[in-house]
Design a protein around this ligand. Sequence first.
Ligand SMILES: NC(=O)c1ccc[n+]([C@@H]2O[C@H](COP(=O)([O-])OP(=O)(O)OC[C@H]3O[C@@H](n4cnc5c(N)ncnc54)[C@H](O)[C@@H]3O)[C@@H](O)[C@H]2O)c1
Ligand SMILES: [Zn+2]
Ligand SMILES: [Zn+2]
Length: 361
Amino acid sequence: MAQTVRGVIARSKQTPVEVTEIVVPDPGPGEAVVRVQACGVCHTDLHYREGGINDEFPFLLGHEAAGVVESVGAGVTDVEPGDFVILNWRAVCGSCRACRKGKPWYCFSTFNAAQPMTLTDGTPLTPALGIGAFAEKTLVHAGQCTKVDPQASPAAAGLLGCGIMAGLGAALNTGAVGRGDSVAVIGCGGVGSAAVAGAHLAGATTIIAVDLDARKLEWAKGFGATHTIDASATDPVAQIQELTDGFGADVVIDAVGRPETWKQAFYARDLAGTVVLVGVPTPEMRLEMPLLDFFSHGGSLKSSWYGDCLPSRDFPTLIGLYRQGRLDLDAFVTETISLDEVEQSFAKMHRGEVLRSVVVL
Ligand SMILES: NC(=O)c1ccc[n+]([C@@H]2O[C@H](COP(=O)([O-])OP(=O)(O)OC[C@H]3O[C@@H](n4cnc5c(N)ncnc54)[C@H](O)[C@@H]3O)[C@@H](O)[C@H]2O)c1
Ligand SMILES: [Zn+2]
Ligand SMILES: [Zn+2]
């Protein structure tokens, strides 16, 4: 029997989001219905509601979530009702060209639920990143449910479902930060702060946080930044070089995603170092620079999709570190809100007042 629950939808570009009744079907083969306990507000939700991702309105927003499996469809064996899970948007297929090469974190054919959730009049909803978790319940592919320690707080655990995982993974997976490395992170919102925390976990000894906002720099210190640079007042490239014996950092992570910040990352890096782009540029952005600079600086220039994470490997590990007090996921939760407050949380995000607002149900 399909159920009717409350969810946050975006009907069209630029109109505020609204809470309405949505219909969640019973799970079909390979699917699961999850009772959502917490879902963080990510910049991507705002991109959806502004029409910046695609035009498939109405959207069911929310995708950074944790909850409890309520029911599963035929053939589901990895999770069962009662399991505490983090929802992921990388349910790997196991058979695409990336999976066959043993690099499933690049999976090009990830799974989502086959049946649509709908409005009560039958209009199909497009769930954000194939999840749609600003809702009391949601329907996903069972592979999108990653079981973790149920002792974890849902608000903290859910953050690993998107932005915080992207930042941690930009340092730990993509940047492969190692013991004793120097790391600079440009842009210390939720994603960049998580990159700072990831560099700290990996044993980096110099961790330089760069932002335009003093509040963010203060928070970054709490996640392990050893130095901070206010890029509105000073040239971050020269400052990063000065803090690294004139050479530049081993790994520089751009968690803003603009041509100017990427160039700063490129030139603030030591010879043969690594640049990681985890911030997402917009389609009109262009980069112009001497090709010779790419050659003469050597090293690697990488981008990081979802922190190159493999949910089945990374989520339980990071929750384990959180439970041991070695990764303070709670510190990313600036405020908890209700489903009715998602629109206001977008405004707070714009004003830079939060690392994460988290809807708690
Ligand atoms: N790669 C992925 O898989 C992935 C996943 C989630 C989010 N993201 C992207 O990561 C980026 C950051 O997300 P967020 O949630 O942290 O956003 P946010 O808005 O909370 O943080 C951005 C930060 O960058 C700072 N900033 C802006 N311009 C700057 C500049 N010129 N120099 C220094 N700092 C500057 C801002 O003050 C802010 O603190 C976004 O582009 C988002 O879409 C990527
Ligand atoms: Zn695959
Ligand atoms: Zn997200």
